[in-house]
Design a protein around this ligand. Structure first.
Ligand SMILES: [Zn+2]
Length: 290
């Protein structure tokens, strides 16, 4: 299939109490694994690429990174029969506009560092562009921290305020809202409990689909409950990287003579297929593609 806007599946998920998995790719193999897993599970899926991945893929040139990913995402989607969206995760304003021009079907503007009012202005502007060409628009209120290996003070995390969420959605016209419920990006163990009371309060003031970032650090029981309460796009990155890199490490540890990258990258790709399949099933998206 060509790349799809998967908003209709996200809305269906919201109604039926499951979630579309949005999986981060940093390499070609990771993108291939995501669509292969979705095909196996007959699930709609989102390949997503973060600002930092673009910087990596484009060798410090984000726009070059976007071009590479636009091409890879298009071919990955065409290799399967399930619906696949290509999503820019945590983009700047400039990257969002470039991604839309290059054929991404979903974008997230990260207003981190902007005031609430500025975040509204930029998101509204980008929504108008996205909607004029049928692209799904996500933005965030509150903060899901990106500690990037640094010590994190969990007591200072700014959760999404329900009244601000309602005001933000109303003022911007966005499609999906990323909410901060206590999760943190990049955690390697499932140590976080979500603030489900906060989620319930947001749910009662906002009717749009809600997005969970930082799911790798959240307990599975809370993810499950969060999905039942209205989280219907769940982002997964670190868990995939752990599986991918772990499999490669095993191969290299077993055989110090290997020089052919295909030998270990294939192991990484296979491990990532398995973890994406497991997450798709866990999110309740098995056989939801049709
Ligand atoms: Zn995120």
């Amino acid at each position: 299939m060509t790349l799809q806007n998967v908003l209709s599946w996200i809305l269906q998920a919201q109604q039926e109490g499951w979630a579309v998995g949005a999986f981060n790719a940093n390499t070609l193999e990771q993108a291939q694994a995501i669509v292969a897993a979705a095909q196996e599970e007959e699930a709609p899926v989102i390949i997503q690429v973060s600002h930092r991945a673009l910087t990596y893929i484009g060798s410090d040139n984000e726009i070059q990174g976007l071009k590479y990913i636009a091409a890879i995402g298009k071919i990955a989607a065409e290799s399967v029969t399930v619906p696949v969206a290509l999503h820019l995760d945590h983009g700047t304003e400039r990257e969002v506009l470039q991604a839309i021009a290059l054929g991404f079907t979903s974008v997230m503007f990260d207003g981190d560092g902007y005031s609430f009012e500025e975040n509204i202005l930029v998101t509204k502007r980008l929504c108008e562009v996205a909607h004029s060409v049928g692209v799904c628009m996500e933005a965030e209120v509150g903060e899901v921290p990106k500690p990037d290996g640094k010590e994190l003070d969990k007591t200072t995390i700014a959760l999404t305020q329900p009244d601000e969420a309602a005001q933000f959605v109303e003022a911007t016209g966005l499609d999906t809202l990323a909410v901060a419920l206590g999760s943190v990006h990049g955690l390697k163990t499932k140590q976080i409990s979500l603030d489900l009371e906060c989620l319930a309060a947001i749910r009662s003031s906002v009717s749009n689909p809600l997005v969970l970032h930082g799911s790798s650090g959240v307990s599975d029981s809370d993810i499950k409950q969060g999905i039942a309460m209205g989280l219907c796009k769940v982002n997964v990155a670190t868990q995939l990287n752990q599986a991918f890199t772990g499999a490669i490490r095993n191969v290299l540890n077993r055989d110090s003579e290997i020089v052919d990258p295909r030998k270990y990258l294939a192991a990484g790709r296979n491990a990532q297929i398995e973890i994406v399949r497991e997450r798709i099933r866990f999110f309740g998206a098995f056989r939801k593609a049709w």
